[in-house]
Design a protein around this ligand. Structure first.
Ligand SMILES: [Zn+2]
Ligand SMILES: [Zn+2]
Length: 343
């Protein structure tokens, strides 16, 4: 690749990143931010009347959007994009995974079902299985990232945000980005391969598009505000089933009593199942971050932090000592550490 090609590649990738801001298939889309804001305003208007605009005012402060932590969010978003486009093998596509898995399923003798099932039933079954498996696998991988110190070493980059903005969702170490991409390929690939094998001619890759309707609804209904300074609770009854923005903010809290709770993305049932669900509140006032020097680190510091963190662990000091105790009536217990700090 020549120098000119690198220049073209850089401009192309950066313009693609900026175009994400108006792409409805991306979480950072301004469209979702606007609709989430509208959703929150209507909800607060209903709950607090004239107090609604004041509750949302923190979202319009330059002190939020230009906070050093928010600037690291933006830098990580752009740098991760460049790194992943260079490193991650784009040859591994859903289609490739589906083809390979279908071959494996045929090898173990799986064949089309003998009975005829209407197309709409197959589509409904596929959509339900996809939604549940996708949401559970996100929850489970996130849960593992808090359980295993070598995964926490990467995930703590996300938790080092001192302020939450809709861009904080992209504040991740590239290794975490690759793990979640691999998860998505595996979930999509295995379900499509299974359904194409069992119901040939009744399933197409386009069906996955139908599943995204649920994701759109989720994003429109405030999902973008889970990384924001505005706590929005859905109320205890609904929060037993769906994770609210306030519940994800509790997940980011630096307070010991909030460690290792609310790992879910859409459904709260997985957190209930693993006994780590906590309810949110519109009134909660939280402090975010890991309370370590990582919270002040720039992009390079964030990228290098897993090596340093695990290095400390290998020296027997800290990294391997993180433990989570997820017991007692659905309440998450504190991670035990050698220090009074969260890591
Ligand atoms: Zn987390
Ligand atoms: Zn988060």
């Amino acid at each position: 690749m020549t120098t000119v090609d690198y220049g073209g590649w850089l401009i192309n990738e950066l313009s693609l990143a900026v175009s994400d801001l108006v792409n409805p298939s991306k979480r950072v889309s301004i469209l979702y931010f606007a609709s989430a804001l509208f959703f929150a305003f209507v909800l607060f208007l209903f709950r607090y009347g004239k107090g609604a605009p004041r509750r949302l005012s923190a979202l319009f402060s330059w002190r939020l959007w230009w906070h050093p932590s928010a600037r690291v969010d933006y830098a990580l978003w752009l740098c991760n994009r460049l790194i992943l486009s260079l490193l991650f093998p784009k040859v591994i596509t859903t289609l490739g995974v589906v083809t390979w898995l279908m071959f494996q399923l045929r090898e173990v003798g799986l064949s089309p079902l003998a009975m005829t099932i209407p197309d709409w039933s197959v589509i409904a079954l596929f959509s339900l299985c996809y939604f549940l498996l996708d949401d559970f696998s996100r929850f489970w991988l996130h849960w593992l990232m808090h359980r295993w110190s070598w995964l926490w070493a990467f995930h703590r980059v996300h938790h080092s945000a001192k302020v939450l903005t809709p861009f904080t969702v992209l504040r991740t170490h590239p290794v975490e980005g690759m793990l979640f991409y691999g998860r998505s390929l595996l979930v999509q690939g295995s379900l499509v391969a299974l359904f194409v094998t069992l119901f040939p001619g009744q399933v197409s890759l386009l069906m996955i598009g139908g599943v995204f309707v649920a994701t759109y609804v989720f994003n429109i209904c405030g999902a973008n505000l889970r990384h924001s300074p505005v706590p929005i609770s859905y109320g205890k009854t609904l929060e037993r089933w769906l994770i609210s923005p306030a519940q994800h903010q509790l997940h980011h809290s630096a307070a010991v009593e909030h460690y290792d709770c609310n790992f879910g993305v859409v459904l709260a049932v997985w957190d209930r199942w693993f006994r780590c669900l906590q309810f949110g509140s519109d009134q909660q006032k939280l402090r975010y971050g890991t309370l370590s020097t990582l919270d002040q680190a720039g992009v390079f510091g964030q990228y290098l932090s897993p090596i340093l963190f695990l290095g400390r662990g290998l020296n027997g000091r800290q990294a391997g000592l993180i433990k989570t105790s997820l017991v007692n009536g659905g309440k998450a217990k504190a991670r035990e550490t050698t220090q009074a700090k969260p890591e």
